[in-house]
Design a protein around this ligand. Structure first.
Ligand code: NAP
Length: 362
């Protein structure tokens, strides 16, 4: 029986995680739940799973410190996942990580501390879970010399084929993802492809591979979740119908695979799977993330903070859709860069990024 602590239990990932636990009552139990403000929903879950409930801005970190668990699922939004992830590492608890901003902002720091403590960071994001699954052959999954390249697939989001002019895109249009039902921040990030840029950084740290050996290919059907090309020219991929319960369950059960009643792949019904190169002129966020990664230090922490504010300002009607990438690029350019070796430096970079992003004018 694996005891799981779920941070962000009422969100899209948290809800799927509860489903996975419900369908495997003799394999998993919920040791505790943390949310920010959805107290009633969280208390109902607490009663159902007989688990302590933590609410409030610092709930996630308190939950880690006060709960005994074998695995912590970090699935809050943005930098709120960082302090609880570091607290879990400090306590020696393995982490199933959904909140990609943790590695975008502080990958170097988090991975160094996890390595020092012997803590495993297991991916939940479907693309990273796919890569993780392709690397399960006993040779280890971090810093392998036989990996030539990682290939992340991207659905392309709602604006892959139009409209030609993205400046008039509304929040409702950006929130209407063709394949995945997710929280608002990650849905808007998917539409701008900032999400895919973040995933390059996430993969860079999870698998300890330089960002210039991580490519992106657009695959609108979202069936191939990502691929690993090996040094001998062989490429492995993981395929399944789009359903976040698959990678969440694997993060919980790894290295075992547990049975589950789920929709299976029907290849003849699919008939064809398509792939194309991403359009970095139409979606400049991919390039902006790669530039920030090259600059190193805390530039990516400022980038993550700027994106959070940019998405919030867009959803509030304050800036246009195309301003999201302009704002983020301007903030990354202006933000000072510190070494990514302490929580303090990450928080300084985050605060600077937020301030610049709030002040940015179109
Ligand atoms: N959704 C997906 O399919 C998907 C796929 C891959 C990766 N991810 C990543 O997973 C993370 C979560 O995404 P999501 O779509 O599940 O988000 P979401 O639906 O917006 O849910 C966020 C959850 O986190 C909680 N939360 C927010 N701030 C918190 C804090 N300070 N302390 C404790 N709990 C807090 C929220 O509680 P309240 O309801 O009380 O605010 C809610 O339960 C994101 O980083 C996203 O990029 C998501």
């Amino acid at each position: 029986m694996r005891r799981i602590l779920i941070l962000g239990a009422t969100g899209s990932i948290g809800t799927s995680a509860c489903d996975v636990v419900r369908s495997h009552p003799s394999d998993f139990c919920i040791a505790g739940l943390a949310v920010r403000s959805s107290r009633e929903k969280a208390e109902a879950l607490g009663r159902e799973f007989d688990a302590p409930v933590f609410c409030g801005e610092d709930a996630a970190e308190r939950a880690v410190r006060e709960t005994d668990a074998d695995l912590v699922l970090v699935s809050t939004v943005g930098l709120s996942g960082l302090a609880p992830t570091l607290a879990a590492i400090e306590k020696g608890m393995d982490v199933a990580l959904a909140t990609k901003e943790v590695l975008v902002a502080a990958g170097e720091l988090v991975c160094a501390r996890a390595k020092a403590q012997g803590v495993k960071i297991v991916p939940v994001d479907s693309e990273h879970s796919a890569i993780f699954q392709c690397l399960q052959d006993g040779a280890g999954w971090r810093g392998r010399g036989d990996v030539a390249r990682l290939i992340l697939t991207a659905s392309g989001g709602p604006f892959l084929d139009g409209p030609a002019d993205l400046s008039a895109v509304t929040p409702a249009q950006a929130l209407d993802h063709p394949r995945w039902k997710m929280g608002p921040k990650v849905t808007v990030d998917s539409s701008t492809m900032m999400n895919k840029g973040f995933e390059i950084l996430e993969a860079r740290w999870l698998f300890d591979i330089p960002a210039d050996r991580i490519d992106v290919v657009v695959h609108p059907e979202s069936i191939v979740h990502s691929l690993v090309e090996f040094a001998d020219g062989a490429t492995l991929a993981q395929l399944s119908p789009p359903d976040m319960r698959v990678p969440i369950q694997y993060a919980f059960s790894w290295p075992a695979r547990l049975p589950a009643e789920r929709r299976r792949l029907d290849l003849p019904a699919l008939a064809s799977l398509t792939f194309r190169a991403p359009d970095e002129t139409r979606f400049p966020c991919l390039r902006i993330v790669k530039d920030a990664a090259r600059a190193g230090g805390t530039k990516t922490a400022a980038l993550s903070a700027a994106d959070e504010i940019a998405v919030a300002r867009f959803l509030a009607g304050e800036i246009r859709y195309t301003d999201i990438s302009r704002l983020v690029a301007a903030v990354v350019d202006a933000a000072p860069s510190l070494p990514c070796d302490s929580l303090e430096n990450i928080l300084v970079a985050d605060a600077a990024g937020r301030k610049l992003a709030q002040e940015w004018k179109s």
